[in-house]
Design a protein around this ligand. Structure first.
Ligand code: TYD
Length: 205
């Protein structure tokens, strides 16, 4: 049985690198489908043309200015909203999204771009989420889970940056935000997320 939602539901997972949000996003998707809801999963950066461009350029450290970075993430998001998010929501799906414009506010904001301005330019076109789950982890704990960075200097620089990103993530407040300690047990975190998602779904008939 496919349980279609009348108006769709947009749940966003956010957190610094290594916070475990991708694992939780996939677990949430499975749980929704298991309960019979029509659900879709998307991520940003996407695999579309701008997303691929971001990945390519990100591999070369400091090849972009913060402003250029911002522009690419926003271009990628415009396509994601138009081609993926709106159609899925309009067809009544529960959409699980791994990163959204809160990542831009946190990551590009931590590089010095005005966070109010980043939010304004995104909210001019982006669908507003019903729930934003922010997984809070310490930057060093997050970094420990990530490989591929070579020198100690690079690691220190990245840790310092992620501390600033994490600070912005922690500052989000409002009824649609929920902050969850990302250090806990994976299943317990999954349950805590579900406890916030379930009330947003229509009751079983
Ligand atoms: P992602 O593919 O989610 O990486 P991971 O799964 O390792 O967390 O994101 C890639 C990087 O892009 C990540 O470091 C966060 C960054 N990012 C921004 O800087 N701004 C944005 O708007 C988004 C969506 C991501």
């Amino acid at each position: 049985m496919d349980r279609k939602l009348r108006r769709g539901l947009l749940v966003v997972l956010e957190g610094i690198d290594g916070s475990g949000k991708t694992t939780q996003a996939r677990a949430l998707l499975r749980r929704l489908r298991y309960r019979g809801y029509k659900a879709a999963f998307f991520r940003e950066p996407t695999r579309g043309r701008w997303g691929r461009e971001i990945k390519k350029l990100a591999a070369r450290a400091d090849s972009l200015t913060p402003g250029e970075e911002l522009e690419l993430f926003v271009k990628d998001r415009r396509e994601n909203v138009k081609n993926n998010l709106r159609p899925a929501l309009e067809s009544g799906k529960a959409v699980v999204l791994d990163r959204y414009y809160f990542s831009t506010i946190a990551y590009q904001g931590a590089k010095g771009i005005d966070t109010v301005e980043i939010r304004r330019m995104n909210e001019a076109f982006a669908v507003k989420p019903d729930l934003v789950v922010i997984l809070d982890v310490d930057a060093n704990a997050g970094l420990a889970r990530i490989r591929g960075r070579k020198t100690r200097d690079e690691l220190f620089e990245r840790a310092d940056y992620l501390v600033r990103v994490g600070r912005i993530f922690r500052s989000f407040e409002g009824p649609e935000f929920v902050h969850i300690d990302g250090r806990g047990d994976r299943r317990a975190i999954g349950k805590a997320i579900w406890a916030r998602v379930a009330p947003l779904l229509p009751p079983r008939s």
